[in-house]
Design a protein around this ligand. Structure first.
Ligand SMILES: [Zn+2]
Ligand SMILES: [Zn+2]
Length: 361
């Protein structure tokens, strides 16, 4: 059987996205079809539209999604029809050199569906991050489906599939934030606020939020920031030292991905502290640091891919904590919108008016 459904497609570089008929095949071996219930609008979708990822147009956008499995292919054992799942882009292979070392969170050969979704004329679609979820039904590898408590609303749970997990993971997995530590987070959009919420969850007692927009700093306080710094008005490094007895923080998280911000994060940490880069830089960006400072300050400089998460371990845990009132997953949802509203959601995201717009399908 083949399904004809509506989906959000980016046809060419920079052009506004359009809602098109998408043909979804039956799942092949190891694959699953998921009826998408909700999918968040992420900066990465906009980067795909604008050609910032690659030129494999047309793209089927959307990748922060939750829904219900409606069909499974041969040999699928991890999920069954009717399961409520969050989609992930880290379906681990179990066989690459990272997996064989027991470091599945770094898997270098993650699975995507082999069968292709197409436009009505047969043109193959490139699904964003191997998912493609601004669509009523999507085809994924079964490993991209992570079962979670179905009592969680899809609008909130879906956000774990990308931005929220990246931020939380930057704090708790990559940064290894521990009880009583001090943390600074640069950039208080969805990923940065998730890093703040993650630092709070891990028991950090000083959490400094840094941004150039006072609206975002107000959001950051809601997620657990104990101090805020507007770095347009104040020197961020000095302000952070002022919150930490002059020493700097144990963990400094750059959720922007810009050389000037990374440099602030580098100098805002205490001796032997950790710097975590989770914001995604562009290929032209360069950083220059005195090597003696890299050595002399000790500690670690780490990058965080997808929050170094293992979806099977981290998604159900965060949904459970949310259900227990210990993690504010729902607060990341600024608004719910329809499938026709993705283009206007990009504009709102650009102007910093929303944390996350979530498409309800
Ligand atoms: Zn692997
Ligand atoms: Zn994303």
């Amino acid at each position: 059987m083949v399904y004809e459904v509506k989906g959000v497609v980016a046809r060419s570089k920079g052009a506004p996205v359009t809602v098109e008929t998408v043909t979804v095949p039956d799942p092949g071996p190891g694959e699953a079809v998921v009826d998408v219930q909700a999918c968040g609008v992420c900066h990465t979708d906009l980067h795909y539209r604008d050609g910032g990822i690659n030129d494999d147009y047309p793209f089927l956008l959307g990748h922060e999604a939750a829904g219900v499995v409606s069909a499974v292919g041969e040999g699928v054992t991890n999920v069954a029809v009717g399961d409520f799942v969050v989609l992930n882009w880290r379906a681990v292979c179990g066989q690459c050199r990272a997996c064989l070392k027991g470091e599945l969170q770094y898997c270098f050969a993650t699975h995507n569906a082999a069968r292709k979704m197409t436009l009505a004329d047969g043109t193959e679609l490139s699904p964003a991050l191997g998912i493609g979820a601004f669509v009523e039904k999507t085809l994924v590898h079964s490993g991209q489906c992570t079962k979670v408590d179905p009592a969680a609303p899809a609008t909130a749970a879906g956000l774990l599939g990308c931005g929220v997990m990246a931020g939380v993971g930057a704090a708790i997995n990559t940064g290894g934030v521990r009880r009583g530590e001090s943390v600074a987070v640069f950039g208080c959009g969805g990923v940065g606020d998730a890093a703040i919420a993650g630092a709070k969850l891990a028991g950090a007692t000083t959490i400094v939020a840094v941004d150039i927009d006072d609206r975002k700093l107000a959001w950051a306080e809601r997620f657990g920031a104990t101090h805020t710094v507007n770095s347009r008005q104040t020197d961020a490094v000095e302000a952070i030292k002022g919150c930490t007895d002059g020493f700097g923080v144990d963990v400094a998280i750059d959720a922007v991905g810009h050389p000037a911000v990374f440099e602030q994060a580098f100098y805002a940490r205490d001796l032997a502290g950790r710097v975590v880069l989770v914001g995604v830089p562009t290929p032209d960006m360069r950083i220059t640091l005195p090597l003696i400072e890299v050595f002399g300050r000790g500690g670690a400089i780490r990058s965080s891919w997808y929050g170094d998460c293992l979806p099977s371990r981290d998604f159900p845990m965060l949904v459970d904590l949310y259900r227990q009132g210990r993690f504010p997953l729902e607060d990341f949802v600024s608004e719910t919108i329809g499938i026709d509203d993705v283009e206007s959601a990009f504009e709102k995201m650009h102007s910093g008016d929303v944390l996350r717009s979530v498409v309800v399908l």
